[in-house]
Design a protein around this ligand. Structure first.
Ligand SMILES: CC(C)(COP(=O)(O)OP(=O)(O)OC[C@H]1O[C@@H](n2cnc3c(N)ncnc32)[C@H](O)[C@@H]1OP(=O)(O)O)[C@@H](O)C(=O)NCCC(=O)NCCSC(=O)C[C@H](O)C(=O)O
Ligand SMILES: [Mg+2]
Length: 285
């Protein structure tokens, strides 16, 4: 699979201390896992969680799922030891919480070396420095931390997320300018399927690659929302065919379903097909 088309529809947090959840994740149809050493683990369980997680990753069995480890901040009592341990665990990426500036990423890269770094985007300072953080050479992905952001901003939780839209948009702009993956924040009410579905669709329409999740029951909804639908795949195929036909006649504009199709729309159509193929490939692995 071309890494550029790797799906990130569902990115599930798993507390690094929860052996049952670590086991269960080997069977869940998620695109990526965030093994958490930060907020999902109580202070007195941090060391044990690091060891539990190291053992789970050594045993592996996570198949094609991308493996990301979220460490504690480097300004906490656990962060530097987490970073050193993660270097040995050899996941696909390390996730740094509360990134405020590129210097935070430098500090982690000094410990984790060549390991790709993802950033939790969840502080007002991080929002204002999003472009510079995204441009850091070790940076590979952004994860929105909408709970911490709402806390720091003093915003209320609203179904339409209007108070957070500026921040979400800023991070999207920064990520896309640098070709990074970017996944949306979690939906806390994990038994509210309709609310999750609406929030997934909002994030998808904004341009996010997928959604971070906290419970297995959320996986199917995110996978469906962030995958191209059968109608979208069909339209993409028809757009490509129509454009190739007019192109052969020396023209640059086709019309499909009453809408113009130019080369830029064909590029989007090809991306849609590539994404659908990558998802299919993942399902057969
Ligand atoms: C929310 C939970 C505490 C609920 O746990 P529980 O009561 O055990 O749920 P269930 O009984 O319904 O669980 C059913 C089975 O599913 C497994 N399970 C549960 N959660 C997970 C999971 N995350 N990954 C894998 N498997 C999971 C249970 O073990 C049960 O299995 P079985 O025995 O086979 O039936 C719990 O879901 C949970 O702890 N979720 C993760 C919370 C978390 O990670 N929080 C931190 C990340 S969110 C964050 O930090 C946001 C960000 O930083 C920000 O600022 O916004
Ligand atoms: Mg957070």
């Amino acid at each position: 699979m071309n890494p550029r088309h790797r799906p990130y529809r569902s990115v599930l947090y798993i507390p690094g201390s929860n052996t049952r959840a670590l086991e269960k994740a080997r069977t869940l149809p998620v695109d990526a896992i965030i093994f958490d050493l930060e907020d999902a683990v109580a202070a007195d369980g941090k060391r044990a969680a690091r060891e539990t997680l190291a053992a789970a990753l050594a045993e592996d069995g996570y198949g094609p799922r991308m493996r990301i480890v979220r460490i504690n901040g480097l300004d906490t009592p656990w962060g530097r030891d987490d970073a050193a341990a993660v270097r040995e665990m050899r996941p696909d990426a390390v996730l740094l919480p509360k990134v405020g500036a590129p210097s935070d990423v430098d500090a982690l890269a000094e410990i984790t070396g060549e390991l790709p770094i993802w950033a939790m985007m969840e502080t007002p300072r991080g929002m204002l420095n999003a472009a510079a953080i995204a441009a850091h050479p070790a940076m590979a992905g952004f994860v929105m931390g909408t709970n911490d952001l709402a806390k720091d901003l003093g915003t209320r939780f609203r179904a339409d997320r209007e108070p957070l839209l500026t921040a979400l948009g800023l991070c999207l702009l920064a990520a896309r300018a640098e070709g990074l993956v970017i996944v949306d924040g979690v939906y806390n009410a994990f038994k509210d399927d309709a609310g999750l579905d609406a929030e997934c669709r909002q994030g998808r329409d904004m341009g996010f690659d997928g959604k971070t999740l906290i419970h297995p029951a959320q996986v199917a909804i995110a996978n469906a929302a962030f995958a191209p639908s059968a109608e979208e795949v069909d339209l993409a195929r028809r757009q490509i065919a129509a454009f190739e036909e007019v192109e052969a006649q020396g023209k640059g504009v086709a019309v499909v379903d009453g809408r113009i199709v130019e080369n830029l729309h064909v590029a989007t159509a090809r991306e849609t097909l590539a994404k659908a193929e990558a998802i299919e490939a993942l399902q057969t692995e």
